[in-house]
Structure formats: C-alpha cells, structure tokens
Design a protein around this ligand. Sequence first.
Ligand code: NI
Length: 165
Amino acid sequence: MAVLPIVQWPDPRLSQKADPADVDALQSVIPDMFDTMYAAQGRGLAGPQVGVMARVFVMDCGWKEGEPEPRAMLNPVIMASEKVDVIAEEGCLSIPGVLVPVTRPVAVTVQWTSETGEIHMDDFDGFEARCIQHEMDHLAGLVTFDRIDPVLRQELEDTYLADLS
Ligand code: NI
C-alpha cells in the first residue's frame, strides 16, 4: 500500500478518456488509491488522478463523519438519472482549493464491477450520487471546470492558476 502523487489540473491526463478497467490488472493499485484518497482528506479519487488511465474510481462519502463506506467501482455505467437537477459546490483533489458550483441529477442508478469482479447495480442519491457523477466525469476526461459557463470558468481558472504561481 502506498500514497501516490495526485495529478494536478491542467495536466493533460485529466482531459483524456480512460480505457476499460481490467479487474486483475488493478488489484495492486486499488488499495493505493484508497490510501491516496484518505491521505488527501478526499471522498473520491478516480484512476486518471493518479495516472491510471482505466475506468476505475474509489469513494468513501462517510468516513469523515465516522461512517466509512469504502467502495471501488470499475467500468461504472449510469443506467438511469433522476430528471430533477441540483446545484452544489464540488471540490476536487486535482484542483485543490477551488469549489465549483456544478449542476447534476439528484439521483442515479449505477451498474459497476467491484474490485472482486462482481457486477452490482444500485440507486444513489445525495452526496453519493454527486460523488459518483464527479468521479465518472474524470473517467470521461472531464473536470468540474468543464461543467460551468465560460465566464465563471475563466474567473475560477485564473484564480487557481494565480495561486499556483
Ligand atoms: Ni475530482
């Protein structure tokens, strides 16, 4: 187990689509992804954020509240989305210090493969639904900046890049 370096935006890997995930090939890296996520005080981490260009992410939306629920999802697919959207501010371990208001469906039905190769399907709402959609965006080469209007995007990007320099 190891804490991996987290790829920081605007690294081009964050704008690339990830490849289908292979359960066997990812066995050693999934524990490292959990270690990395917890060490960074995060609730979700996608493969491309640690340079693993496979359709895999880890999440644990409750650990900070003392209700850990670690989950790894490989090759996740959104089977259905609630028609009602909600807006909320999202942070991202690859864009530290920036909160971006993102509009997303309030609930989703997701099918995924677990790290042991089992196929699951379940409904998610609240923070979990948001987290899953955020992490799935990473697998599609999208970050929070790609989900907002150009004017706000420019403003937030400028602030972020100014802080980096
Ligand atoms: Ni993120």
